[in-house]
Design a protein around this ligand. Structure first.
Ligand SMILES: CC(C)=CCC/C(C)=C/CC/C(C)=C/COP(=O)(O)OP(=O)(O)O
Length: 247
């Protein structure tokens, strides 16, 4: 677990504290989930891998997640690449194995689906022209993660949560990242902003979802693990949009 926490600290200012301060059980499940997300995202975002190669790797990972999740099968999928992969991706078998067995299949399901979707985007490009495109993107990369989180709360201590508002929580945080990272994203040739949208419009989208996220948080048991996990990143996201007008 020390290794996993170290890897999370390397990648995430937002999620390091929420994940690593969770009680035993949830801590392993959330560490596994975060690192599986990061392992596949680093392949999708890789500046030197060709689209076809990304698709083969991501679909290979998805297949292993749907099979027995054996470390040697991940190794075989990741063995022959034209450029070296980051350590967090190469260690995906270790991250998958961190998940408590009673809930591991639910975690794998999220990332098997996400990896396959990401493979398709790598191949065909992710084109965001309309608000519906943005909705689909924020759902696929963040809304689905909060559906997983809701199932983790329920598995851990029976906490009930509203999954419709949960999708809003995920969309909100992703939209705030898109709002904040415009320059950086354009610099690497990706544009997540719908055609013709200015900062005020994207900020409006983010704020609408942030209000849903507030309601997601408000219905969680006060001071329970789910509430503690979600509150800090949400407060940070609100600070970012309030500081507007942005890019
Ligand atoms: C345990 C787990 C799966 C947590 C993620 C939950 C979640 C709702 C993520 C939304 C998507 C998002 C904004 C990811 C950025 O993470 P990042 O680490 O790149 O963010 P940072 O750069 O702001 O630190």
């Amino acid at each position: 677990m020390l290794e996993a926490h170290r890897a999370i600290r390397k990648y995430s200012t937002t999620w390091y504290v929420p994940v690593t301060t969770m009680p035993a059980g949830l801590n392993e499940a959330l560490s596994s989930a975060y690192l599986l997300m990061r392992a596949i995202d680093e392949i999708e975002d890789h500046p030197e891998l060709l689209p076809k190669e990304k698709d083969v790797l991501l679909c290979g990972i998805s297949s292993v997640l749907q099979e027995r999740c054996r470390p040697e099968d991940f190794k075989a999928v990741l063995a022959d690449t034209s450029v070296p992969l980051p350590e967090v991706s190469l260690r995906i078998g270790e991250w998958a194995a961190l998940a408590p067995p009673q809930i591991a299949p639910r975690i794998r399901e999220t990332f098997a689906t996400m990896a396959e979707r990401m493979g398709g985007w790598a191949l065909h490009g992710w084109h965001i022209h309309t608000e519906r495109d943005l909705d689909r993107y924020t759902y696929a990369v963040a809304g689905t993660l909060v559906l997983l989180l809701s199932d983790l709360w329920s598995w851990y201590d029976g906490t009930r949560s509203d999954r419709t508002l949960g999708v809003g929580y995920g969309r909100a945080l992703q939209a705030v990242n898109i709002y904040q990272d415009k320059g950086e994203d354009l610099g690497r040739g990706v544009d997540f902003w719908p055609d013709g949208w200015d900062a005020a419009r994207l900020r409006g989208y983010a704020m609408r979802e942030l209000r849903r996220a507030d309601r997601y948080l408000a219905q969680l048991p006060a001071h329970g693990p789910a509430f503690r996990f979600c509150s800090r990143p949400l407060a940070a996201a609100w600070r970012t949009v309030r500081a507007g007008p942005g890019p």
